[in-house]
Write a protein that binds this ligand. Structure first.
Ligand code: ADP
Ligand code: MG
Length: 777
């Protein structure tokens, strides 16, 4: 049934070519106990490995039930090893981290035998070798004889036709040897047993047939067989290990070596921990940088005012000779006055501003010189009131004209780049009383962090307060005023002079009046946000628009546009710009006096500046619109500097990533290399290359996920002490924050890297000849 025909096997090493088998021909009976006797190095093990399919012959043929194995594929050999042969080695070759039972069961698992069948078969085999009481021990808890019994049980469990034993008693004392030999003898009653030994006595005592071996050749054979008629046809059942079984096997493996597994997982996780920490730090710093940028920019927006300072005047300035010897004094003009540039702000330019990429702009604020004609009834009296923090007496001095010139900060809500109203106040302010504004006619009172607001702001609204007085929220909320159109507010005297109508009671009831209401009291919240509005009354630009629409063609505006003199005082203006300002105050000019652009960050600011510069390209100096970039003056920070910081942080994270990649790869690599012998055992049991890589891949997969999760959890825990330390050093709170998205990515990276790190050596080991893998120790 098993026939070797002129088998030749040579081993080539760089220095020497050894002919281990030199044209060996021999035929075995279906059932007999053959002892192969020979001195060490004569080729006995090689012969056994070739019979068992652990090693492959160079020439000749191995014939199984009349079937040549010349055309056997790798998986045919795998199936042959799994079903038809059982191996017993001198050094037992048990897998130490599996229990006795699991070692025996392994061959069955590899061929996907169902669980209960596996259980029964393994127990039967263990009972047969007398180990039924030691099934759940580890091999290390057994004696040499017991371990060899386990190996025999493992070889038997699949009920193979051939049992191959390589010096099975070589490592045992004589008493134990006898027991093992008795066991093997017993088995030989129903199988072909081929046993290699150099012990003459044992051979003579137990074997039915003794084959003498020397220098790779058969010298004598005391009971040769001519291999008459073949009996049945040889049948191979293919082995196949499912992914699920592989995963379970790996899980059990890992469970049995908890200590080693946790150390490996922890070692692999160190890289993940460091990236996790670096990422959470860079996240935090990035947020901090962004916040600083937004904050700086909210205080120092890009400003486009009616007047700007023209830097070219300074740069074009030719310095004169210093400390000249001359006896002359030179009269020069004022450079900064010469540098004053009037910005030609017009509708086209405003539209240009509105067309800024909305992505770049956080908010745009418009400020206007517009005067709102407001009347309020206080205790039955009608009074002129205004939205202004200015001392009314100072205003008197300035020209007896109630204006709401915007001093510092904004008093209108910023809009988006299209000029649409946004939820700015809801997003950036806390509502202390009343409601958020919902209509253009709703105005709000902004108070400071300490609930203060300017005393003139209140008196100008008609409230009877002096410094340090307090007002209840209720006294303010719901306060109503009438916004009066110019034609009702001013009357024209016969000398064409315009004066405010002094019958305020009548004006107060004018038909076209619009009712304005203080709808709420707002305060900047405790967390930093955009506190763009200065304390006082704030309202939407929509209210300005209402006023502008009503007054653009009002009598006073038309008269003023036609006259060079001030139509209220009948006196000449100091300058044409003073006249323009006055027309603006009367509502005759829809163009804002200043535009404030609030970018989100410095990089966007740079882009907006480029956009503003593009407007000026190719224009004459006087047609250009010059802006003021306050943030750059104040902080000296530019988008590119901010980017450099960000890149540095990213580079830092990338370096840790690469380091941890290499580390994870190496750790997995070494742990798989250490298990080459185990791979040899799996092969001897009939595992396919695929099965072996599958077992190792699923093991490294579990390991990768665990170390990823472990790393992420540790990194997350570390952010707490790190934050405490940073807070102590810099007073920045909660800087390190692990982004959940990053955490998931890190776990995936850890898994992929670990699987790759393990896959390569597992493939290499699976490609080794089983005989070679087994020789590893
Ligand atoms: P035995 O089992 O009878 O002691 P082996 O079959 O192990 O002998 O070895 C037969 C010969 O082949 C020896 O000379 C040995 O050195 C050589 N040999 C066995 N395996 C290899 C190998 N993998 N590479 C090189 N030489 C080998
Ligand atoms: Mg040997």
């Amino acid at each position: 049934m098993l026939k070797l025909d002129k088998i030749v096997k040579t081993y080539k090493t760089p220095s020497i070519i050894t002919t281990a088998l030199d044209s060996v021909s021999i035929t075995f009976r279906e059932q007999e106990f053959v002892a192969i006797l020979g001195p060490s190095g004569s080729g006995k093990t090689t012969l056994l490995n070739i019979i068992g399919g652990l090693d492959h012959y160079d020439s000749g043929d191995l014939i199984l039930n009349n079937q040549s194995t010349k055309d056997f594929k790798a998986n045919d050999w795998d199936a042959y090893r799994n079903n038809s042969v059982g191996f017993v080695f001198q050094s037992y070759n048990l897998i130490n981290h599996l229990s006795v039972f699991e070692n025996v069961e392994l061959g069955l698992t590899l061929s996907n035998v169902p669980k209960d069948e596996r259980d029964k078969m393994s127990k039967d085999a263990l009972t047969k070798v007398g180990l039924e009481d030691h099934m759940y021990k580890k091999p290390s808890e057994l004696s040499g004889g017991q371990m060899q019994r386990v190996a025999i049980a493992r070889a038997l469990v699949n009920n193979p036709d051939i049992l191959l034993c390589d010096e099975p008693t070589g490592a045992l004392d004589s008493k134990t040897s006898v027991q093992i030999m008795d066991l093997i003898k017993e088995l030989s009653k129903e199988k072909l047993v081929i046993m290699v030994t150099h012990n003459n006595e044992i051979a003579r005592q137990y074997a039915d047939r003794i084959v003498q071996f020397r220098d790779g050749q058969i010298v004598t054979d005391n009971h040769p067989y001519d291999g008459a008629k073949p009996t049945q046809n040889f049948e191979l059942k293919k082995t196949k290990l499912s992914y699920w079984t592989a995963l379970k096997l790996s899980w059990n493996n890992l469970k049995t070596k908890k200590g080693q597994t946790s150390i490996t997982a922890f070692a692999s996780s160190i890289g993940i921990i460091s990236i996790g920490v670096v990422l959470s730090l860079s996240n935090g710093f990035q947020n901090e940088i962004n916040r600083t940028q937004t904050q700086t920019l909210s205080q120092f927006p890009i400003t486009i005012a009616s007047f700007a300072s023209d830097p070219t005047v300074f740069s074009d300035y030719e310095p004169r000779e210093e400390f000249p010897d001359s006896q002359e004094v030179i009269a020069v003009g004022d450079v900064s006055e010469a540098a004053i540039h009037t910005n030609p702000l017009d509708e086209e330019y405003i539209n240009y501003i509105r067309n800024i990429d909305p992505e770049l702009v956080n908010n745009i604020g418009f400020s206007r010189n517009l005067n709102l004609n407001l009347l309020r009834e206080v205790d039955g009296d009608i009074q002129q009131v205004q939205f202004s923090n200015e001392n009314p007496e100072a205003q008197m001095d300035r020209g007896n004209m109630a204006t709401s010139m915007t001093g510092v900060g904004l008093n209108t809500f910023p809009t988006d780049s299209q000029g649409n109203e946004t939820d700015f106040s809801q997003e950036n302010y806390d509502l202390l009383a009343g409601e958020f504004p919902s209509e253009a006619t709703d105005v709000v009172l902004i108070i400071d962090r300490d609930n203060t607001t300017n005393v003139y702001g209140l008196t100008n609204l008609g409230f009877d307060v002096t410094e340090d007085d307090t007002l209840n929220f209720d006294e303010i909320i719901g306060t109503e005023m009438q916004l009066v159109a110019n034609n009702d507010y001013y009357m024209e005297l016969p000398n064409n002079q315009f004066v405010p109508n002094d019958d305020l009671t009548e004006v107060y009831k004018a038909e076209n009046n619009v009712t304005i209401r203080i709808s709420g009291i707002l305060r900047a919240p405790e967390e930093d946000t955009l506190a763009l509005l200065s304390p006082g009354i704030a309202y939407s630009d929509g209210l300005n628009q209402l006023m502008l629409q009503a007054n653009e063609a009002s009598n006073i505006v038309l008269a003023q546009e036609a006259s060079d003199n001030n139509v209220m005082t009948n006196q000449a203006f100091e300058s044409s710009s003073a006249r323009d300002t006055f027309i603006g105050m009367l509502g005759g000019d829809a163009i804002p006096s200043s535009i404030y652009i609030y970018p989100n960050d410095f990089e966007q600011k740079d882009e907006i500046l480029a956009y503003l510069d593009a407007w000026n390209e190719g224009k004459e100096q006087e047609d250009q619109v010059l802006y003021n970039d306050l943030a750059s003056v104040v902080s000296g920070l530019t988008g590119s500097l901010m980017n450099a910081i960000t890149y540095a942080l990213v580079a830092f994270a990338a370096i840790s990533l690469v380091t941890s990649m290499i580390m994870i790869g190496i750790i997995t690599y070494t742990s798989v290399i250490q298990r080459t012998k185990e791979i040899g055992i799996l092969k001897a049991l009939g595992a396919r290359k695929k099965d072996i890589t599958r077992v190792f891949d699923s093991e490294t997969f579990i390991l990768g996920i665990s170390s990823g999760i472990l790393g992420v959890v540790i990194a997350w825990l570390l952010t707490y002490p790190i934050n405490v330390a940073i807070e102590n050093l810099t007073s920045l709170t909660n800087v390190a924050q692990l982004d959940p998205g990053h955490a998931v990515i890190l776990i995936i990276i850890s898994t992929v890297l670990t699987v790759i790190g393990g896959h390569i050596p597992a493939r290499m080991a699976a490609n080794l000849d089983a005989a070679e893998a087994l020789r590893m120790d």
